[in-house]
Design a protein around this ligand. Sequence first.
Ligand SMILES: [Zn+2]
Length: 734
Amino acid sequence: MPKTTYSDNNKKKKKNKKKNVFMKKALISILVVCLLVVSVIAGAVVGFVDNSMDLIAEEYNLDFTSIIYYVDSETNQARELDRVHRNENRVWADIENITPNLPNAFIAIEDERFREHSGMDLKRTFGAFIQWAMGKDSYGGSTITQQLVKNITGDKDRSPIRKVQEIVRAMNLEKKMSKDQIIEMYMNTIYFGEGCHGVQTAASHYFGKKTSDLSLEECASLAAIVKAPSTYNPVKNPENNKDRRDVILNKMAELGMISEEERDTAKAKPISLKVGQTSVDPTNKDVKSYFVDAVIDDVIKDLMEKENLSESDATNRLYTGGFKIYSTYDPIVQNAIDKVYVNTSNFPNSSVQSAMVVIDPYTGHIKGMAGGVGQKTVPRGLNRATQSKRQPGSAFKPVAVYAPSVEYNVVTPATIVNDAPLTIGDWSPKNSGGKFLGMMTVRRAIEKSQNIPAVKVLRELTPEKSFDFLTQKLGFTTLVENETRNGKQVSDQTLSSALGGLTDGVTVEEMTAAYATFINSGMYNKPVTYTKVIDANGRVILENKVKNKRAMSEETAYLMTNMLSGVTTRGTGTGAKLSDVFTAGKTGTTNSNKDRWFMGMTPNYVAGVWMGYDQPKSMSGSNFCTSVFKKVMTEIHSKVEEKEIKVPGGLVKRTVCQDSGKIAVEGCSNTITDYFKDGTQPMKYCEPSSHIVPETPEEGEIGDTATTPGSENVQNETATPGVEASESDSESAE
Ligand SMILES: [Zn+2]
């Protein structure tokens, strides 16, 4: 992509100049290729640097197992949690037992002249050098034989010298093995995502089939995964997989491997998966816990970023590197989660799904998680705690609306907001019960989870400030700033985000980390599953240190925790309240009942619970998230000592009138003693004669400014609420 645009005049000049540079580079490339050919021939003749056959022999004896540890909180000793090993999840498939469409699909997309060349494809290698000469940052051009050599040697070096070495090895391999043997070994050694190494594991994992029984479109679907196992994962990104599958089918037809009719029939088929539907051997060591899966995912992701590796290279390193991985796992927490999640009677029915994350708020360490309900049967399958993006509903209000509004002095807990009918543009948000409750304090609005006050407070704060707070202070990464999708403008900088109506949604992991700041005195920690990774040479290659980044003031954090404790004592979340342990939190339900949440906290732990169907549809009955939270946390807290929540110094107490938001006087019947950040407490005395709550509440702005110092009454009319933010889900509440 061009970085700059030039005027027409300049363009011509540049074009000529570019042409010259290109010619120059092309000439160099031709020279390089000639040199390459010479050295390859020389190499082949002399037979230098080739030990690929030995490496193949070694391949199946490799034993650089990586071990995941956790620290036993009683003894402070590292204990083994699990092991990851590359060869575990691989079942060899002989070429005779593989339907011919499968090798053909790989050949069509990866190396169309595979059957003709002798290890190196001169045309592609030349093309790759041209690409390189034009400044494209990719060598590409590897034949299947070269890819096989690369897979088994684990060589990541991409220098031209190594490339030559790889070519020499590939050519030698071609002399010793038949084309069928090469493609067979290739298909049995590549990585297909979700813990699947080799075609047979992938075929049974994704389609519940033997490699002999795969349909044409399934073959193409499998071949599509290999380029980037996450991007083209048929479970997580079915659209991407189908697009690439169809490219492969076109190519197969073009090469005469299949007829045009076969191609069209296959292209008309949807991606039809049978993940987890095959009978799974319960002793299958590849099925790890959701926690271990998350550790593996995080280490791979961080390796890719830090060492600039592709996903399959990073995966290979983890599975063969002999790493020691120190996880944040806590058996007390995880066992409590498992006890509840393995038993489907803790959930409304057997097909509903749920996820939970429990974080130590003071470090960001994830102590336990559930990525689904019931017995886990799939290795590295969908983890709903860390991977699924879901609509947060009202559980979003504290982080998106109230925390930033308290932080920026837009509201205090006693600010009066009118819960009355509201129309903004063509959007008329509603409350969950359908009723408008008139004048109420912010504290009450949070406890009752009324929607109109949240929208009004966000309008005052502005969606832009909220968005910045969420993404810059609270670590949310899944929110959309502004994008065009299918020709439509989408953004999460809208008023409907007050009610958790988002473009893509959020993960349970990120929600839990954001709520943890309330307990951790306003400090944010990125959620992590491991603290350190040490390689086979004893070198620390990855490390997560506790950073404690300031997200909001101690006072704001305390006020939020304090208000949220009202939700569990007298609001919508009473079902979550632990007996004898301080509990605070927030429920969330999208109004179409597709997602339900409870975000809860104690002085020791912060936990997020989500419930819903994988294919979103309405749930009936009540919100089970509160009872799941209560069961898990009660079990955990029976084994740990309750910590203390400090009241920060910068707060003052005032008894205020809940009808006016001003200092209560004699004659005020509806009073509350509340906390205020010093300087934001009400200064004016109530006049009880002005109490009268209007019978038909008028549309009002945030109430008496006496309680909202610093509020600039900013109106944001440019925000277009509801746009694309899945409007049906956005009018969320309890
Ligand atoms: Zn009063």
